[in-house]
Design a protein around this ligand. Sequence first.
Ligand SMILES: Cc1ncc(COP(=O)(O)O)c(C=O)c1O
Length: 404
Amino acid sequence: MHIDQQYTDTAVWPACGRVRGEFLPFHVPSIDDDDIAAVVDVLKSGWLTTGNKAHQFEQRFAEFVGAKHAVAVNSATAALHIALEAAGVGRGDEVIVPSMTFAASAEVVLYRGARPVLVDCQADTLNIDPAQIAAKITPRTKAIMPVHFAGQPCEMAAIQSLAAVHGLKVIEDAAHALPARDGARRIGAIGDVTCFSFYATKTITTGEGGMATTDNSEWANKMRVLSLHGISHDAWNRYSAEGSWYYEILYPGYKYNLTDMAAALGLSQLEKCRSFWNARRRISAAYSRAFAEIPEIRVPACRADVEHAWHLYVIQLELERLRLSRGQFIAALKEKNIGTSVHFMPLHLHPYYRRELNYQPSDCPTASRVYERIVSLPIYPKMSDADVADVIDAVRAIVMQYRR
Ligand SMILES: Cc1ncc(COP(=O)(O)O)c(C=O)c1O
């Protein structure tokens, strides 16, 4: 069977026992009246695109993560793209990227005409394995892109020291990692540039949105200019009362700026970031407590001395102990009205990377193996205690029904 068919088996799969009355979606954003009022204020203000709100959001965000600069853009993908450009990654270069990640992490390397070099993950955290990075470094390597999988920080001390030894830049994909901390240092204030996502399912949202943080003033300026056509002044500087019509094109840039409507939502969401985090932590603790007693379920490993953002809660099925596949497990959960997802099908298994960059499943054996076993369960502040209990009951009932 072709790998894609094998793992996208969504046929109805019989699950006995209690079924929840209403479908529990995999994710629902937490939008309250304050968020709505903040956006409505902007809509009434007469200034919709990048302006005061976007600048305020940048300032608050930089303070929140402890970085000198933050550049607001319309996605994490955009942030990663301009971060690589500011870092000087270009044609012929290589960038180390984990295979266990989303499309965006590697496609931005391709945008730059550079080559993503995929590295396998650790079997427990699913983060990039620092021990395997060194073997992939060549004279063409320009940067390492750690991706903080599910919101758990990568081993940044090891990655930073490899980067220092080989003279590489560290561009972090922190799409999942707000808020997070590795030892004493907050994610956003460690690598050369750190990129966050405010996509609809992320830990705070602006619908679509992203942020690049850095302590490097020159790079922050370059990213800001690149995010708006490479021109020297944004619209606020041109059209506001204090502005002037004059601008110059400094580079061929992009249309990546964040609107003030989105920034107002971001400001309002950022205020609730810690309380959202506490809610997700409670859910992850409840899941891990309940599943600790089920040998067929491997709960996510959490490194000591990190603050895990718990954007995702990814279990691994011990398939040897079960009489159903991961696809069938997901179908059985759906039968019980529980939404799930899979993060991720590793990049080296996707047709593009196989065809164009010659990747084989054996190139990242841990990611290939783990991929068959992973299921992401719902974890978001809008879930009630009863919702969490329903997920636990459904997982437990399916395991009981299908254990060997
Ligand atoms: C690991 C990772 N990186 C980058 C992105 C891209 O984020 P955005 O949708 O804001 O471009 C995502 C989105 O899901 C992601 O999961």
